[in-house]
Design a binder for this molecule. Structure first.
Ligand code: MN
Length: 282
């Protein structure tokens, strides 16, 4: 066949993460910044934290509020303890995911539970639709062993955290934004085609090695925003590569953010602030 039946999305833009700090001084790389929230709707933020220097992470994220969206923390290495205002507590360990729906409000802490060694992971923020921003808070701790892991004959591995990869359902299915969240390890020379729902915004973040997408090299610590034309994305591993692939249904609603609150209007942000200050956030 001379004609290609399957069209891959291409790289629309590459973005390099910005070093910053958050919480009580945790050094991290902010990959998805506020100026990209409209383009990558429903995704609001992606941070990578990666350090084997305890001074970079030990202070953690002491008690702080959230309202109006979901946080997804994925640990590759290290341990983080979560405690929240609902009395929930969990230990997020290597390979595990915590999927938290802040809804109308949560006050929680996320603190490292190690005093040395490598801490490496990601926190992704996914928006909630206006109609569901004020639902009760919820969270789910997902140990590494509960995340479907596919291994190919070529040695490639795919962890299906959310959405579907071929016939394999991820451990999380989220109604509002139907996110696809994959962690892929591709050995040098291998390729994969991943279906992406038409109309969904998508990006790839390479955290080790380098990947080719339709002839464009995407190096480590680069996010590739994918154009919206095509049935999915064809990934070719130029070297051994580790990457996250994300896509989601855009909400097409106004986005108003003030720090840990993400609502649809300035008035709703002021309400969130007032509720927090007056103990009515939850
Ligand atoms: Mn938090």
């Amino acid at each position: 066949m001379s004609e290609q039946q399957w069209q891959s999305r291409t790289v629309e833009q590459q973005v390099r993460g910005t070093p910053t700090s958050d919480g009580a001084g945790v050094k991290l790389t902010r990959v998805l910044t506020q100026n990209l929230q409209r383009r990558l709707d429903p995704f609001l933020m992606l941070d990578e934290f990666r350090s084997d220097n305890p001074g970079d992470y030990i202070a953690g994220f002491p008690s702080h509020p959230h309202r109006g969206f979901e946080t997804v923390t994925y640990m590759l290495a290290g341990r983080m303890r979560h405690r929240d205002s609902g009395g929930n507590e969990g230990l997020l360990a290597s390979g595990g995911v915590q999927w938290m729906t802040a809804g109308r409000g949560v006050i929680h802490s996320e603190m490292p539970e190690q005093s040395d060694g490598l801490m490496h992971g990601f926190q992704l923020w996914i928006n909630l639709p206006a109609a569901r921003k004020m639902i009760p808070a919820a969270y789910r701790d997902i140990p590494a062993g509960d995340i479907p892991l596919l291994t190919g004959h070529d040695g490639a591995t795919v962890k299906v955290i959310a959405g579907h990869y071929g016939a394999q359902a991820g451990v999380m299915q989220v109604l509002d934004t139907t996110p696809l969240y994959l962690d892929m390890q591709l050995p040098a020379g291998s390729s994969r085609e991943v279906a992406i729902t038409p109309g969904h915004n998508a990006f790839v973040y390479v955290y080790q090695g380098s990947v080719q997408i339709e002839g464009v090299a995407v190096a480590a610590q680069q996010m590739a925003i994918l154009g919206n034309e095509g049935a999915g994305v064809r990934l070719h591993a130029a070297t051994d590569v580790s990457l996250l692939l994300l896509s989601g249904r855009p909400l097409h609603e106004p986005i108003a953010q003030y720090g840990p609150f993400v609502m649809n209007s300035h008035a709703e942000l002021e309400q969130a602030m007032a509720d927090y200050q007056q103990g009515r956030l939850l």
